[in-house]
Structure formats: structure tokens, C-alpha cells
Design a protein around this ligand. Structure first.
Ligand code: MN
Ligand code: MN
Length: 463
């Protein structure tokens, strides 16, 4: 072989999505991105994602617990949907699992207080946040209040044009020298001080003995509008999330910026792909999991046994005896994608990245053969036979992908839900678009990666 041939034939070169697709596909990509931005702008909690999914599924003719085209919702925070394939369920499934919870600020159980004629709500953060991200920015309130009489009151404040927003105030630099500037970044903003400013006008009253009049005014307002009393906060799930719409980022509009792309970008793309594959060979199953960001604890998480219940149910409906034996057999024939975002290389922090192995924005869906930390602790590592099968399939269908790691060895690490699903015996690998500013209120994804994630899912569900 000549040197030129060796270079051309034997070396590996990553491909940029925009150099691999034609004008027609670029047009389609823009349409996908537009729909995604719309979705991301309004769907900001796990409950809202389940609602969005349910509405779309019903529009497409899916029915709750239907044997052929069905869906299942658990506690309004977990969604599964399936389409029975040409082959029987006993020959295995094609599963894509993502998570629909994102880091946020939850209201405390007794959140309301007044101090110095200002009213605040106390919060307790959920998931891995950098606390300094959440101060001095507009925040919206999303969630529900479950009343003792059985009513569930839905609340979204801060998203519509003309809505008020909330905020957590930061200290001015003039007075922050000792209390913040000289501290470590992780200690400068204290979790207990993430109190949200919510009111500042006293209740109209002639009786001057009445104290905490700002707090009373807030309670009056919220009671009038929603019928909520102070006591009702104990049975409320109210989250503070960044207010406002997702946006296109960059003069060339290459990126999507917005909150909660980890991991709703995979929820959106997997559901879109699923709905478009109308006649799959194997049974398709899409799962939206909750509680991933705090270690998959609880009965709506990947560590719960809901997944098993769904498979047993599918078997029962197909008239197949749902024994542990059958279940295990199906699992060994099942192929799955753990769809979750990964870290893209940020050239400003190149010291934490391995340039040769980490994911680059714009180079397609990232395949993380393993996650974990240290000596691959807590990692599910995909078997290479499965990986080779998957990549061949993607090559044949012109999916642009990159196989990568996340960060330098011993630099840190992270996990996904893949290890819990791997424990059933199925083949599963972590895939998803790389993000910049991951876990921040304004995460960045490349449109090319968004599109290739959708295309990769669609291809996977067909074979
Ligand atoms: Mn994630
Ligand atoms: Mn995450």
C-alpha cells in the first residue's frame, strides 16, 4: 500500500455531521430542532414529560395497556410505551431507556418565611447542581399540590408572557469579599441560603399589631388563585427551574441552549423515533425513567421492579406463561440503548478531557462503551460483540456516531441507568449526544448531534 492509501484506508477520522448530510437532510434536521426547542421550552419536569408523551401517544392511536400499541404510566412520573413487532416477544425486545428528571430546586416542606419585610421560599436542591448557577436569574415554579380532599392542583408560574418570575438573590461584590470571594467555589453559595424571593408588599390592614404582613399577603394571593394554604406545602411537589424558552445559540444557529437537556433530549428523540417506526421486526419498548439524577432510588426509578412488571404484563397479554424462566430467556435476547447525554469536550477546560477519546460537539451521537469512575467502578461496560453489531447497523444507515469516553482517567466520572438494566441479562450500551455546560440551567447541544441521536434511535428500533 502507498502512504496515501495507508492514511486513507487505515486511519480513523471522526466525521462532522454537517459534512455527511445533504441539503435535504439539513432541512429536515432544522425541523427536528424546531420541534425540540418547542418541547424543551415548556416541558421542564418529569410529570410534564409524561403528560407530553401521553398526549402524543394517544394522538397516534396508542392506548393504555393495549396489547399491540400500548402505554403504561406509573405515579405520573414514569412512562413506558410499546409496539409489538412482527416476531413474538419471546424473541427479545429493542429497548431505549432515558430519564426525565433533571437537577432543580425543590421547595422545602415548610418553605415560607418573612424576614426584613421580604418573603421567601426555602428550597432543597435535587441532583448534582453547582449552587452558584442558580442565583441572580429568573426562575419559574412548576409542579403540583395534592390536597387532602383528593384534588391535585397544577401550578406553572413564570413561563407565560406577562407572568411574574422568582429569583434567588446574590450578594453584591462590594460586600462579598470575605463571605464569598475568599472561599472555595463549592462553598461560596450555601445550600441553606438558596431562598427564593417571592413577595414584598404588606397585606392591607388597619390593625397594626398584625405581624408578618408580607407573608400574609403572599398567602392571601396564593389562596385566592390556587386554594392553597401554608399547610398544603407539605404535600406539594413544587420545583424551581430556569424560566423562559430554549434558544438557538451561535450566529450560525448550530446549537440548542436550554434547561433539562439531560436527559429530555433523549426522551424527545427516542419517542419521535419510536412513533415513526410503524412496523418493527422486534417489539419496541421506550422507557422514561425518573430519579436518575439522585441514584435511581424509589419506585419510579430504574432500581424499582416496574420494568419486570411491564414485561410480565406483555407476556400475559400475549398468552405466554410469564415465568421467571421465560423472562430471563427474553432478556438474554434483548438489545437495549441506555439513552443519556455525555460530556462534550470544552476547549476551555481541556485539562479534564482526553482529546483522543472524549466526545466532540457536532460529531454525532456519542457511544460510551463504559461509564463509571476510577478503575471502571460502577460501570456497565457494553460487550464488544453487541457494540460491533450496533455500529455496523448505524454505518449501513449513515448514522454519524463517535465512540468515546467521558474525561481523563481518574478525573471524575458518572453513571447512568444502564447497569440496572444490564443486571437482567440484556445487552445494553450508553449512547446520547454530548453536551456543554451539562447540569447547568442552560445546557448546550449541537443540532447535528440532536438529529443523529434521533436517526440512530430510529435505525436501532427497526432491526
Ligand atoms: Mn443523564
Ligand atoms: Mn445528569
Amino acid at each position: 500500500m502507498k502512504i496515501e492509501e495507508i492514511e486513507k484506508e487505515l486511519t480513523y477520522k471522526a466525521k462532522h455531521v454537517y459534512e455527511e448530510i445533504d441539503e435535504k437532510e439539513k432541512e429536515f434536521l432544522e425541523k427536528v430542532a424546531k420541534d425540540y426547542i418547542e418541547f424543551l421550552s415548556v416541558v421542564k419536569t418529569e410529570r410534564e414529560t409524561v403528560e407530553f408523551g401521553k398526549e402524543l401517544l394517544e394522538k397516534e392511536g396508542f392506548k393504555e395497556n393495549d396489547i399491540k400499541k400500548g402505554y403504561f404510566i406509573y405515579r405520573n412520573k414514569f412512562l413506558a410505551c410499546w409496539r409489538i413487532g412482527k416476531r413474538p416477544v419471546t424473541e427479545g425486545l429493542r429497548i431505549i431507556v432515558s430519564h426525565i428528571d433533571s437537577p432543580r430546586l425543590d421547595l422545602k416542606l415548610h418553605p415560607l418565611f418573612e424576614d426584613t419585610e421580604l418573603a421567601f421560599l426555602k428550597t432543597h436542591y435535587y441532583g448534582g447542581i453547582k449552587k452558584y448557577h442558580w442565583v441572580a436569574m429568573p426562575l419559574a415554579l412548576h409542579g403540583i399540590v395534592a390536597k387532602k380532599d383528593g384534588r391535585v392542583i397544577k401550578i406553572v408560574i413564570g413561563e407565560k408572557e406577562g407572568d411574574c418570575v422568582f429569583t434567588i438573590c446574590d450578594l453584591l461584590p462590594h460586600l462579598a469579599k470575605k463571605i464569598q470571594a475568599e472561599k472555595k467555589l463549592s462553598e461560596a453559595i450555601v445550600g441553606e441560603k438558596l431562598n427564593v424571593l417571592v413577595a414584598g408588599i404588606p397585606i392591607e390592614d388597619k390593625n397594626e399589631k398584625v405581624k408578618k404582613r408580607i407573608k400574609l399577603k403572599f398567602l392571601e394571593l396564593i389562596y385566592k388563585k390556587y386554594g392553597i394554604k401554608e399547610e398544603d406545602f407539605v404535600s406539594a411537589e413544587l420545583y424551581l427551574v430556569p424560566a423562559g424558552s430554549a434558544r438557538e445559540v451561535g450566529l450560525d444557529r448550530a446549537f440548542v441552549g436550554g434547561y433539562g437537556q439531560d436527559d429530555r433530549i433523549c426522551a424527545f428523540t427516542s419517542l419521535k423515533a419510536f412513533l415513526e417506526v410503524e412496523d418493527p421486526e422486534y417489539t419496541n419498548l421506550i422507557l422514561f425513567m425518573d430519579r436518575e439524577e439522585i441514584g435511581s432510588e424509589g419506585n419510579t426509578s430504574a432500581k424499582s421492579r416496574i420494568f419486570e412488571g411491564i414485561i410480565y404484563n406483555l407476556l400475559k397479554k400475549a398468552g405466554i406463561s410469564s415465568t421467571a424462566d421465560t423472562f430471563f430467556n427474553i432478556m438474554t435476547k434483548t438489545k437495549a440503548l441506555s439513552a443519556d447525554v455525555t460530556a462534550g469536550i470544552d476547549p476551555n477546560y481541556i485539562e479534564v478531557h482526553d482529546k483522543l477519546n472524549d466526545a466532540k460537539l457536532g460529531f454525532g451521537i456519542a457511544v460510551s462503551r463504559y461509564t463509571g469512575h476510577g478503575g471502571k467502578y460502577m460501570a456497565n461496560e457494553a460487550h464488544v460483540e453487541f457494540l460491533a453489531w450496533l455500529l455496523k447497523n448505524w454505518d449501513e444507515n449513515k448514522v454519524v456516531y463517535q465512540v468515546c469516553s467521558m474525561g481523563k482517567v481518574d478525573e471524575g466520572g458518572g453513571g447512568t441507568v444502564s447497569k440496572y438494566f444490564a443486571s437482567y441479562g440484556m445487552d445494553i450500551v450508553d449512547v446520547g449526544p454530548p453536551l456543554l455546560s451539562m447540569h447547568s440551567p442552560f445546557e448546550i447541544a449541537h443540532k447535528g448531534d440532536l438529529y443523529m441521536t434521533y436517526k440512530a434511535f430510529k435505525t436501532f428500533l427497526k432491526v
